[in-house]
Every structure is written in structure tokens, then in C-alpha cells.
Design a protein around this ligand. Structure first.
Ligand code: AMP
Ligand code: MG
Length: 712
């Protein structure tokens, strides 16, 4: 199932010639690239299509022509109109009647009225874009004639792709698609006659002819269209749609990926009558076929610059600055909901369908019309059958009768309340209970949890297991998410050995920071990129940062970030012109070195593991969250009594390694020495002492930030 070319036709039923938005667009993708053509009238479009088909046949290229209009109709229509069950019979019927001149003047409303007359009641077609009334074509939506559906099977499947198809019966009004079908089918009918043997209309005919025409639904690529419009604002949405869909189908064809799209799992009788949207249920495959279109916003090279003359920066001010400077840098992708735990939403998620979709029963019991009951003993005759979850009761429940109903079952017509099984007795013929039962008792309203269209989760939310339940329940099968942020970790220092081994000389130490920082990044849901260790050699550090910029979205370095002789990381970053050393009023911690290296932010943490950990928790965690698209985050803490005493000088905020004792009071590690790595491991969190002067007595309230409140 491969094609050399794909053309996508976005149709218009406009009654005057016109170009631009909502006019006719033809996108074409082939080996030489993608083009789009805007066509003012349907007659010109017919000539263009004829030319495209003839051209492909002449050059021996296989063409897939996708048409954005329904090629079939809901079940029952073809027979009612033509006496035949196939959509192609409808095409012939329409082609014999519809006229459409070179000025786009058509007669589709009178033809729709003629079609309506073949069915009972007023319908199915409705909607009149013109001023004068057309006899037999209601202006407002009528009740559908018996036996006709509103939607086709394929449109229901397309909903799982995020599509919101409109009913083909609607001929006028915003987004009406009925008129498009009525005007395009005669054109396709003539194309089919003209190229009879060489052209097949799928799914009515097998898709093995040189030219295959199929129905498509470009709105499936909405996210990609939006992304394209964001970078090319002058482009008309219709053009973006036809270009992207043509490209996606051609790329899928190139990787032999089209076969599943041409093999929907439905009965052939349905396909013959209703047609099928090529790609319905396969939106993910189509999207994946497209190259990533989104260019992530870049941070400016001088973004970390501090105003001149700033000396010590209070912690809160440093945090505020980071918060305003940093923007999401991760690119986005579409991810299936069931695989999206831990991912950050890049777009709002709205309910595709109300939850619950229809009023249903909250209990096992008996359903009936409340108005038929009153106070005291009630006896209602029981209908045969029952309403169960997944097995709706067919038909209506007459006033004064009851029906067996189980939890989760849709309330049958005529039922507006349910009496709990435990409150009833029955002999199988009738159900008896004590009134009154409240109106609406034991029922759930449609949409009472979340109504269709409501915001389910906002962009920036990190998906947790319960969120997957919510999205699934609302029919959201996939979400636009940020790709996991790639966090590079690099250790520096001549004295540092990359891995613990017994060959270390007395002046050498093992790298404690890298495993800690890599594990932190992983715990926070990022992709940790181990950049290893380099000696204090500017050339080596520079070369490693070059690699880092290609592999990571942000880099943590540790060591050498101060302003001393041996502090090669800061020296190098200063040379590259973008270093800003933030002297933060914080203990433990020395300057935080912030810089951009080839467009990638570098956060230079102190070498001392205790300071490296504190700076990573206090500054690194919210900074990464912001870069990852999840927004700014604060640690969760609790106020507890101190189990220690301490006098603190003003000027610096302090973080002490701490844990809660059996009484729930915070005890601190015996030594505040910043070289005491054992205290980090002994602790279960940090006590945060404010910037000002303070005397802590045992029992004084202090703020305890458990490690768990930092997400570790
Ligand atoms: P620096 O920031 O390079 O001046 O280092 C401060 C202190 O942290 C020194 O005692 C270093 O030996 C130590 N240090 C630096 N990097 C690491 C590391 N990756 N693991 C353990 N200690 C380190
Ligand atoms: Mg050093």
C-alpha cells in the first residue's frame, strides 16, 4: 500500500468565488516536497483535480487523493434515497441533480429538499444559508426520520483521535460539512467515470488502482497545525492542514505504514454504505510520521546577568530572578495517555465527553418515574428485562412501571430515580417499597463529574497515576507533553576520581556529587545524562561542555565554581562571556555560577557535597521544573518544635541537616561542618532558618523541609 504522491483536498461549498480561509485548498506532497494551491471556484478545482490525476497516470506515479468531506452517509440513507445500500448509488443520485456553475452558483438546497421528501418527517437535511426559504428544507434541526443515524461509525472512531465531526445533515452554520459533501460528490463522481479503470474510491472499491480517492479528516493534526501556524502566522489554517496531512500520509507510505489505515475493523456492509475516514483511529501514527515541528524557545545568552553593584543576593531574590529568567526549553510530543505518567502537559486537556456521559444509576435497585410515586407503601409493576452497565435497556419505561437497574447503567427513558435494592421486596412481577423516594434519588447526572469541554488538567501539570484515570475517563487518549528534560551532570576537580576504587592516593577523593545529582535528576522525572568527570583543565572542561550542549537541555557542574585560582569552571564560563556568579546569602553554599554555553544553561554548583546538595534542592529543583515546562515549584515543609538550641547571626539564610525525633521535633546533625557528608545521609530533611538574626531554643517553632517535600 504505497503511493508516490499524496494530494489533500479541503473543499468549500461557498456560493461565490473566493480565496483565503475556508475556500478550496489542495495540498500536494511528493518526492520533491510539499506545495499548496488555493482555488477560487469548484469548477476550477474540478479541472485542477482532473489535471493532477491525468498527470500521475501519464507519469506512472501512484496517487492518493484525500478529500475532506464525507463520502458516505449514516446507515439507512442510501436505501431510503435510492433503494440501494451503497454510498456510490447516492453519488449517482446527486450527480444527476446538482448543478454548480463557474461562478459557484449551485442548487444544493433544492436537491437537499428533494432528498428530504423521500424520508418521513422534516429531515434529515436542515440548515439554509440563503435568505429565501426553501420548501422542504427546515431552518432548524428537525427530529431525524426513524432509522437514520446522526453520525457514521467512522466519525465515532475519529472522536478517539480528538476529532469533533459535525453531522453531515447540517447544511449551513459554523463548521457545517453537509453542503461540502453535496457539492464535492458530483465532482468525484465525474472523476470516477472519466478515469474508470485507473481510479478507485476507497472503501467502496479496493485501494489497488493507480489512483485512490479516500475521505480524510485533517483536524486530526490540530496540534501540528497549531505549531505550524505559530511559526508561520501568515499561513491560512486550511493551507497548514492540507500540507501537513499530505506530508504525514506520504511519509507513512514511505515507511510502509499505510496498510493498517486501509484495514478498519468493521463490517463491509457498513463501509459500503457509510464510507470510512482514512486514518480514523490512527491519529498517533499520522502525527508520529511528521517531523518535529516545534522549535523550542531559546534562553538569551545574557539572561543570567545580575545588575551592576549587586553584592549579596538574598535567597528569595535569587529564586525570583530564576523564576522570571527560565522558560520551558524542552520540545513537545504527543504521548498516549496510558504511557504518560510523569510527563508534563504542554497543552490544556479538555473533556472530550462528559463524565458520566449520560445519567446513570449509582446503585443496584429499581428505576421508575418519580412523579408516579408518593408517600407510603408503593407497588410498581416490573418490566421484563433490565438496565445494566454496558447493556442499556431498549425502549422506554411507562409512567407507573419500574425496571431492574444496576450500578452504572444508563437511566432508560422514563426513569428519573432509583430505589435501592435493599429497600425493596419483589415477587418478580412487581416491586414494593416505602415512599417517598426523592426525585433523582440514587442517580448520577450527565456531566456531574466533568462536563464535556471543561478543563480537565492545565498545561504545566505533571501527570500522576490518578490523572491518567481522569484523562481516560474523559476520552482523552493522548496528550501533548514536553519531552523529558535532559539534565547533564559533570564533575570537575584534579583531586576527584570518577568512580570509587581502591587505587586512590591519599590526596585523591572519590566523586560523591555526580551519583547524587544524577539520582536527583532521575527522581525528579528527568533524563539524567552522565557527563562524567574532567580535570581542572579549561580545554578539557570546554570540550566536555561542547558535548554537553549537544546532549543535554541543562547542565549541572560541581566544583571549581568559585572565584579562586583553581576555579576553572568559572574562569572558562567567564571567558565565554556569559558567566554570572551569584553571591547568594546562604549557608551552606558559595556563589552559584550561572551561564549559557552554546545556548544551553549551565548551573555551576559548589564542589562541597553538602553545599552541592542544598543548592541543588533549593535552586536546582525549581529551575529544572521551570525548564521542563512544569512551572515553578516550592518545597513542601512543616513547622515543628526544635529539638536543639542555636544562635544565628543576621545576613544569611541557613539550611541544617535535620530529622524528626520520636516526639516529632527537629533534631539537627551534631556538626554543621560542610564537609560532613554523613550528615546528609543521616538527615531526612533540612531545617530552614530565616535570613535575619534568630535565637532558637528547644521547643521554638522551626521550618522543617523533609526530603520528600523536595520530591526525593
Ligand atoms: P571546589 O568547589 O572545587 O573548591 O571544591 C570544594 C570542595 O568540594 C573541595 O574539598 C573538593 O575536593 C570537594 N569536591 C569537589 N568536587 C567534588 C566531588 N565531585 N565529590 C566530592 N567532593 C568534591
Ligand atoms: Mg576544586
Amino acid at each position: 500500500m504505497n503511493f508516490d504522491r499524496v494530494a489533500i483536498l479541503d473543499w468549500s461549498a461557498a456560493s461565490t468565488p473566493g480565496k483565503g480561509p475556508n475556500s478550496i485548498w489542495l495540498g500536494k506532497a511528493g518526492a520533491e516536497g510539499t506545495t499548496a494551491e488555493n482555488i477560487a471556484t469548484r469548477k476550477e478545482a474540478e479541472a485542477t483535480l482532473t489535471g493532477v490525476v491525468a498527470g500521475c497516470l501519464a507519469s506512472g506515479e501512484r496517487l492518493l487523493l484525500g478529500v475532506d468531506a464525507s463520502l458516505g452517509c449514516p446507515r439507512g440513507f442510501a436505501r431510503g434515497l435510492t433503494g440501494d445500500d451503497t454510498a456510490l448509488a447516492v453519488w449517482g443520485w446527486l450527480a444527476a441533480r446538482i448543478t454548480d456553475d463557474p461562478k459557484n452558483r449551485h442548487n444544493l438546497r433544492t436537491v437537499a429538499a428533494e432528498a428530504n421528501a423521500r424520508f418521513g418527517g422534516d429531515g434529515p437535511y436542515w440548515g439554509n444559508g440563503a435568505r429565501e426559504d426553501v420548501q422542504g428544507l427546515p431552518r432548524k434541526k428537525p427530529a431525524l426520520p426513524g432509522g437514520l443515524g446522526e453520525f457514521r461509525e467512522t466519525e465515532l472512531v475519529a472522536r478517539s483521535d480528538g476529532a469533533r465531526p459535525k453531522s453531515c445533515w447540517q447544511l449551513a452554520g459554523a463548521g457545517a460539512v453537509g453542503a461540502q459533501s453535496l457539492t464535492v460528490l458530483p465532482v468525484l463522481h465525474r472523476l470516477r467515470q472519466r478515469f474508470s479503470d485507473a481510479l478507485a474510491i476507497w472503501p467502496f472499491e479496493p485501494p489497488d488502482a493507480p489512483v485512490v480517492v479516500a475521505e480524510v479528516y485533517p483536524s486530526m493534526l490540530k496540534a501540528e497545525v497549531d505549531a505550524m501556524l505559530a511559526t508561520t502566522p501568515e499561513m491560512v489554517p486550511d493551507e497548514a492542514q492540507v500540507r501537513l496531512l499530505a506530508q504525514a500520509l506520504l511519509r507513512l507510505s514511505d515507511r510502509d505504514g499505510l496498510a493498517p489505515l486501509f484495514a478498519p475493523d468493521v463490517a463491509d456492509t457498513i463501509l459500503q454504505e457509510e464510507g470510512w475516514i482514512l486514518g480514523a483511529g490512527h491519529a498517533i501514527a499520522l502525527r508520529r510520521a511528521l517531523p518535529a515541528t516545534q522549535v523550542p524557545p531559546r534562553l538569551r545568552d545574557d539572561c543570567f546577568a545580575m545588575p551592576q553593584g549587586v553584592d549579596w543576593v538574598p535567597v528569595d531574590e535569587a529564586l525570583d530572578r530564576l523564576r522570571t529568567i527560565l522558560k520551558p526549553v524542552a520540545t513537545t510530543e504527543i504521548c498516549a495517555t496510558h504511557r504518560a505518567a510523569g510527563r508534563v502537559l504542554a497543552a490544556d486537556c479538555r473533556a472530550r465527553r462528559s463524565n458520566p456521559p449520560r445519567p446513570n444509576s449509582a446503585v443496584d435497585g429499581y428505576g421508575f418515574a418519580n412523579a408516579a410515586t408518593g408517600d407510603g407503601p408503593q407497588r410498581l409493576p416490573l418490566l421484563a428485562g433490565r438496565a445494566a452497565a454496558g447493556q442499556p435497556f431498549e425502549g422506554a419505561v411507562p409512567h407507573g412501571a419500574a425496571v431492574r437497574i444496576l450500578t452504572g447503567a444508563i437511566l432508560p427513558e422514563g426513569v428519573d430515580c432509583v430505589v435501592l435494592e435493599e429497600d425493596t421486596s419483589t415477587d418478580g412481577a412487581a416491586v414494593v417499597f416505602d415512599g417517598p423516594v426523592k426525585p433523582g434519588a440514587n442517580t448520577r447526572k450527565a456531566g456531574e463529574d466533568v462536563p464535556e469541554g471543561a478543563l480537565a488538567l492545565p498545561a504545566g501539570h505533571r501527570l500522576r497515576p490518578p490523572d491518567l484515570a481522569l484523562l481516560s475517563a474523559l476520552g482523552i487518549s493522548e496528550a501533548k507533553v514536553y519531552r523529558p528534560l535532559r539534565v547533564g551532570v559533570l564533575s570537575t576537580g584534579d583531586e576527584v576520581l570518577p568512580t570509587p576504587d581502591l587505587s586512590a592516593l591519599p590526596h585523591q577523593i572519590w566523586d560523591a556529587n555526580r551519583p547524587m545529582l544524577l539520582a536527583l535528576a532521575e527522581r525528579w522525572g528527568y533524563e539524567a545524562v552522565d557527563l562524567g568527570h574532567v580535570r581542572d583543565d579549561p580545554a578539557l572542561i570546554g570540550a566536555r561542555l561542547d558535548e554537553a550542549a549537544a546532549q543535554a537541555d541543562v547542565v549541572f557542574t560541581s566544583g571549581g565554581a568559585s572565584a579562586g585560582d583553581e576555579d576553572h569552571v568559572s574562569a572558562l564560563l567567564r571567558q565565554s562571556g556569559t558567566l554570572s556568579s551569584w553571591r547568594i546569602a546562604l549557608k551552606p553554599g558559595r556563589p552559584l555560577a550561572l551561564a549559557m554555553w552554546q545556548g544551553t544553561p549551565v548551573i555551576g554548583l559548589p564542589g562541597n557535597p553538602v553545599a552541592a546538595m542544598v543548592c541543588a534542592l533549593i535552586f536546582g529543583r525549581p529551575a529544572l521544573s521551570q525548564l521542563a515546562g512544569a512551572g515553578w515549584i516550592e518545597p513542601e515543609g512543616i513547622t515543628v518544635p526544635a529539638a536543639f538550641g542555636k544562635s544565628k547571626k543576621p545576613g544569611r539564610r541557613e539550611y541544617l541537616r535535620a530529622r524528626l525525633n520520636a516526639d516529632g521535633a527537629a533534631e539537627v546533625f551534631q556538626s554543621e561542618g560542610s564537609g560532613r557528608i554523613s550528615g546528609l545521609s543521616w538527615a531526612t530533611g533540612l531545617v530552614e532558618l530565616p535570613d535575619g538574626e534568630l535565637r532558637v531554643e528547644p521547643g521554638s517553632p522551626v521550618r522543617f523541609l523533609p526530603y520528600s517535600g523536595f520530591g526525593i
